[in-house]
Every structure is written in C-alpha cells, then in structure tokens.
Write a protein that binds this ligand. Structure first.
Ligand SMILES: Cc1ncc(COP(=O)(O)O)c(C=O)c1O
Length: 500
C-alpha cells in the first residue's frame, strides 16, 4: 500500500505558513495578495483566490526552492497512485500529453496513435513533426460511436512498423469506455516500446477497485490525467505519471520544461495536493457512494420514456470496449426524435442543467464524487421533462434536428481519411480557403473538431472525402460546434495549396 505519510499536504501547509508569516512580496503576481484588485473583481471572485495566488519560488518556497515543497507533493501523488514519478502540470492534459509524446518520439519518428485521440495529441504531432501511424478505434457502426483500439490492432501496427518508437491510447474515452490496457501494455513491451495512456478522464481510477483499470496498474509507462475533469482539481490541473525504464524521468521533465509555463499557479498545485490527501484517506468510501449513486441514477433514467442509458450490454463485448466507467452516463435519445444538441440547449435554457457531451443522437451527464441525492434529483426531474415536453415538441419542427435536416453520419470506413502529408508539413504549408464542396479530394491544413469531445474528424495532412465534409456541414446546421476550424461553420475549409 502507500509507503508515505499521506496526512501531509506540503503545498497547502506551505501556503498556510506563508499567510501566517505575513510576507510582503516585491515580486509578481502584480495584484500583491489582493491589494491591487478592483473590489468589483473580488466581489465576484472572493479575496481568497488572490490571497492564495503567490509565486511558487520566492513565495511559497524560497529562492532556490530549498524546501522541496513541490517535489514532496509530487512524490506523495506518485505514491498515492502506484507510480514511480508524478509531475504536476498547470496547463491541462493538453500540455501533459504533448510532454509524454515528445519524450517517446522526435521529428520524423513514428508513434502509433489511436485515431480517436484528442486534438491536444494532434497539436503535439504538428509541433513535433512526429509521424503518426494511426490505429483504428473499434467502431460500433450501429451506435455510431468509437471505442479505443484493441490490443490486436496495436500488435498489427507494430508488426507493420517495427521502427515505431511507442504507442499512445486514449482510455477511458470521453464516453467512458475503456480498452484492455494490460494487453496493450504487454504488446508494447514485447516490442520493447513504451505505452502512453491519455487517461485525461481517469484521474479517479486509482482510488476504487470497481472502477476500470488504472494505467499504472496495467503496466503502462506514462499516463496523463486531468484532475480537473473527474477529480477535485481546479480547471487546468493535470498530473502525468511515470514508471519503468523505457522513458527516463529527466527526459520527460525536460519536455515539460519545453512546453510549460514559468509561472505555474500555486492555487492549482494546492488543489492537487488536497485532492491526493482526500483520495488516499477517503477515496474508497467516497467512490462506494458515488458508484452506488450512479447505479441508482442509471436505473431511474432507464425508466424515462424515450431515453436509453448505455450500459455494459451496449458497450462491452468483443469488438467493442473492454470496460466502462459507470460515472459517465451516456443517454441515447433517438426515440425522442430530436438531436443531442437540441436537447442539451433545451435543458440549459429550461432547467439550468449543463450537460457534458452532446452529439447527433446522444446526451451525457458526468457524475463525480461531488454528486449526491440533491444534484441527481435535479437531473432526473429535468430529464423527465425533456421526455414529455422537450424540443421535439417545438412548433414548426419538421425533422429530427428541428429546423435543420438530419446529420449525415458517415460509415466507419468513410470516416477514416488517408494521411497524405505529415500533420506538421500540412499545417505549415501554403494554404487556401476553398468552399466545402471543392474541398473533396483536397488535403486539409487545419483540424476540424466537433467540441466536445474534441476528437478531430479531420486533421492536417488528411485527404478529405465527400462523406466527411457532408457530416460536418449537416452537423453544424444541426447544432454541432466546431471551434477550431478557420470557418467554424465549415462552409469553407483550409486546404494545402499544393501537395508537393
Ligand atoms: C482524451 C483527452 N485528452 C486530453 C484532453 C486535454 O485535457 P485538458 O482539457 O486538461 O487540457 C482532453 C480534454 O477534453 C481529453 O478529452
């Protein structure tokens, strides 16, 4: 079990001591412990935010960081989750996952990557010049949903590309479905290569045995977590973990140094520190309760007419996912005759409920350890109302998508575009903006990513086909949000001018 004293919280304790000493800072941050803050700002944010926003060195710790406060907090985090090293990041898993990739492969080297990767991974490819060898996810053509790639798919990719430097898999997906991580780690290690797991949605997994397998327990080399997603981290709080000898800690650390900020937020560090203590001391009971709640909420939603809650029967089978996180409640609303986009907008407007994912046929509610009977009663009441008087009853609604036509969802085969150029070469190539109809057969220079969940449908260097472009166009008309494309309505697309 845990070898260290987890009642300690070095960052929180150092912050409390800083306040007790009453230090006077002639350093950033310029607000100087609230003194410079406009009262109209602190009226909304509270003074505590600014009081705890101090420099990490020459503030929380001394000029040379001689007290090793951050190191101790990171060592405690690693001990808490069974890793050899833990690194705190204040730039989200968006930064952590790039650090992990760059510690495994360099420019023009190959990395096996599940094609259902988040856009942060694609940004990492663009910045680094790594050559992605895409590994197909396990598509469910009926549900129109991708589960993480299988171990066999990674094995086949390694056989075809023995020079690949390692592999990256995303699990759990934003839909909460998981791959057989132990088997994927075995495949990688048989080939003498490291496995990176983008476990942005899995920060809670180490703390309860009934949750899906945690990457460090499965033998992965590096895993990346967003503690702000499923844990109690403040937004942007991310931790990446390391074990084994396939990736050197100093290499990983130097990649983080390359990308990270020189002004990390002590607020973020402090919340990470407190979360780790809470989880080690109380995680088991906390997730006993959360899992019990998820079980009963799932059963109650299943009783609501027109709503179908996806469970293990739908998601977990050979050729689909290996496991799932029951805290991600994915609800198919096809039977209501509206889209997930319209349903999500209606729930926010009518019930002040904010949902997590919505797509052409689904909505999802993320439960965490923070939910209880009160929040779930609100959710259930809103979903019942959605079933009875949701946007499908809007006057003038002639089609499932309301005013727009239905979303034209391509087959899995049509969704898999050919990677013609390196993402970096396509991104930095000479480009032109062409009408979407003229983009058919052209090579994209940009990412086109429905958000959430943030998995690019098109990425730089891929040759686009008509099915994918029709999907994006009809999707945007139905309510899909595509924030990263130059033309977020996808009426025109940024393409590479010349492929040579
Ligand atoms: C699978 C996955 N990886 C990485 C990220 C990036 O994480 P962050 O938002 O913490 O930067 C996300 C965010 O949604 C994600 O879903």
């Amino acid at each position: 079990m845990h070898g260290m004293d987890h009642s300690k919280a070095p960052v929180l304790e150092a912050l409390a001591a800083y306040h007790r000493r009453g230090e006077t800072a002639f350093t950033p941050p310029g607000h100087k412990l609230t003194r410079g803050v406009d009262p109209r700002v602190s009226a909304v944010l509270g003074e505590a935010v600014f009081l705890s926003d101090v420099l990490a060195t020459s503030g929380l710790d001394d000029r040379t960081a001689s007290r090793g406060i951050l190191e101790e907090a990171q060592a405690l985090m690693a001990d808490a989750v069974g890793a050899e090293h833990a690194f705190f990041s204040t730039c989200g898993s968006s930064l952590s996952v790039k650090s992990a990739m760059l510690s495994v492969a360099g420019p023009h080297e190959k990395l096996l990557v599940g094609r259902d990767a988040h856009k942060a991974v694609v940004s990492g490819l663009v910045l680094s010049g790594i050559e992605p060898i895409w590994v197909d996810p396990q598509w469910d053509p009926e549900l129109h949903l991708a589960h993480p790639p299988s171990p066999e798919a990674f094995e086949a990719a390694f056989r075809e590309h023995p020079d690949a430097r390692g592999a990256l898999v995303t699990t759990p997906t934003p839909y909460g479905t998981c791959s057989d991580l132990r088997a994927i780690a075995e495949v990688c290690h048989r080939h003498g290569r490291p496995l990176i797991v983008d476990e942005a949605w899995g920060a809670h997994l180490p703390f309860h045995p009934d949750l899906p397998t945690w990457a460090m327990d499965a033998g992965a080399d590096v895993c990346v977590t967003s503690v702000h997603k499923m844990g109690s981290g403040i937004e942007q709080a991310s931790v990446f973990h390391l074990q084994g000898d396939l990736v050197r800690p100093e290499v990983l650390s130097s990649r983080e140094d390359l990308l990270g900020t020189t002004s990390p937020s002590v607020l973020i560090y402090a919340a990470l520190d407190g979360w780790r203590r809470q989880m080690v001391e109380q995680g088991r009971e906390i997730y006993d309760d959360a899992l019990g709640l998820a079980h009963s909420v799932r059963a109650r939603i299943a009783e609501i007419p027109g709503l179908h809650v996806h469970g293990r029967d739908d998601f977990c089978a050979p050729g689909r996912a290996d496991d799932m996180d029951p805290l991600q409640i994915i609800i198919d609303i096809t039977a209501l005759g509206t889209t997930g986009y319209a349903a999500a907008d209606w729930l926010r407007k009518e019930h002040h409920i904010d949902l997590h994912l919505s797509d052409h046929r689904r909505i999802s509610a993320q439960l965490t350890h923070a939910d209880d009977g009160e929040t779930t009663v609100t959710l259930l009441a809103a979903l019942k109302d959605l079933s009875v008087s949701g946007p499908q009853h809007r006057r003038g609604s002639q089609s499932p998508a309301g005013a727009a036509g239905p979303v034209e969802v391509p087959s899995p085969a049509a969704l898999r575009l050919e990677q013609v150029l390196l993402p970096r070469d396509a991104f930095f190539a000479e480009t032109e903006q062409v009408p979407w109809q003229k983009a058919v057969g052209r090579v994209a220079s940009e990412m086109i990513t429905p958000y959430p969940p943030g998995i690019p449908v098109v990425l730089p260097g891929e040759r686009m086909n008509e099915e994918v472009l029709r999907y994006l166009r009809s999707g945007v008309d139905a309510g899909m949000v595509v924030p990263d494309a130059v033309d977020s309505e996808v009426k025109s697309v940024r393409v590479v001018k010349s492929e040579r």
